[in-house]
Design a protein. Structure first.
Length: 342
């Protein structure tokens, strides 16, 4: 039987716990939730799940209560973590963790609980959530992306790229374009300026990549390799910058920005490839391309990310649990119109 412990956990302790899990995402590292809390009306909560004397799961969430009430929203994104590295995970224990979350937040504290668990979209996982008394949210959002296995050789990964990419690389090599790594806050600020311009041009949703949030996240991360900036240059001219976030055995494409000369040289292709090679050398196992949804991602961006030859995956989506109280129904209605800010 899974038992849940809820307590304040230090940065070092929490990240040590969650780094044991294969399904760890950026949203579940200590720094991500703390950055959210520093910049908005959120409180952080962390749960550890035990089976006997063994940790079997973890879940980090943020809580926001309605003014003058002690009730409101609990948002848990990409948790509970349940698949330890080298293990398959136990769906029965996952169900018990979900039931514990529901008991703690809904049955006892009468809160509105919304979760997006790291479960793939399939019938078996749907049944697990239903048996744990969670219901699908009306939101159609289901995270889709692709991962690249960095355990493969560099030669193998290179062969997996589209042929067009190799042509771009040869052209860049002829023009002496180079790539350097940076961990500095100044380079991050420069990247964010480029990204903001690109976001306006393309109409990107920047709710999880707002400059103030990214800067706060960068400030909180102690490990240099937790956020790596790749900078493409032609002589002294910067063509583009690319931010990769890393956690556990995984790294993910986070933010990219480039100028007009970089666009003409297809510098994004170069930056992705240089990042893949570098993060592989650093010892990470997986590289997540950072979102590739056939229904939501812009066609050009989707085509670009498919060119990396990653393994596609799709999570089951968002689920909710709540009690029948007026304040909770009001919270539920408010979330419907503000979903993008979660």
């Amino acid at each position: 039987m899974a038992k849940m412990e809820t307590k304040n956990v230090s940065q070092e302790e929490w990240n040590k716990i969650v780094s044991q899990f294969e399904d760890l995402s950026l949203t579940q590292v200590w720094e991500y939730a703390e950055a959210r809390a520093k910049l908005g009306p959120w409180n952080v909560v962390r749960h550890i799940f035990w089976h006997g004397d063994k940790i079997i799961g973890a879940a980090q969430g943020v809580v926001r209560t309605a003014p003058f009430f002690k009730k409101g929203l609990v948002w848990i994104n990409r948790a509970p973590l349940w698949r330890k590295i080298g293990e398959n995970g136990n769906l029965s224990l996952m169900k018990e963790m979900l039931l514990e979350l529901r008991r703690y937040w809904v049955d006892e504290r009468k809160m509105y609980l919304r979760i997006a668990p790291p479960l793939l979209e399939n019938k078996e996982n749907q049944i697990i959530l239903e048996n744990a008394k969670f219901i699908p949210c009306n939101s159609s959002f289901k995270w889709c992306s692709a991962i690249i296995d960095l355990a493969n050789s560099e030669e193998y990964l290179y062969r997996g790229l589209r042929r067009k990419w190799r042509q771009y690389f040869r052209r860049l090599e002829e023009q002496n374009v180079s790539c350097e790594l940076s961990f500095s806050s100044q380079d991050l600020s420069d990247l964010l300026l480029d990204y903001e311009a690109l976001a306006i041009e393309k109409g990107f949703d920047t709710s999880s990549t707002h400059p103030n949030f990214v800067k706060e996240l960068h400030k909180l991360i102690k490990d240099n390799k937790g956020m790596v900036i790749f900078i493409a240059r032609k002589n002294e001219l910067v063509l583009g910058r690319f931010l990769v976030a890393a956690y556990g055995n995984t790294c993910t494409a986070y933010i990219i920005g480039r100028n007009l000369p970089g666009k003409e040289l297809h510098i994004n292709h170069f930056l992705y490839w240089e990042a893949i090679k570098a993060m592989r050398r650093f010892g990470y196992r997986w590289f997540d391309v950072g979102g590739a949804d056939p229904n939501r991602t812009a066609p050009g961006v989707l085509h670009f990310k498919e060119g990396l030859g990653g393994i596609p995956y799709k999570f089951i989506g968002e689920f909710e649990a709540y009690c029948n109280e007026l304040i909770i129904w009001l919270v539920k209605i408010a979330i419907k119109y503000k979903r993008k800010y979660l």
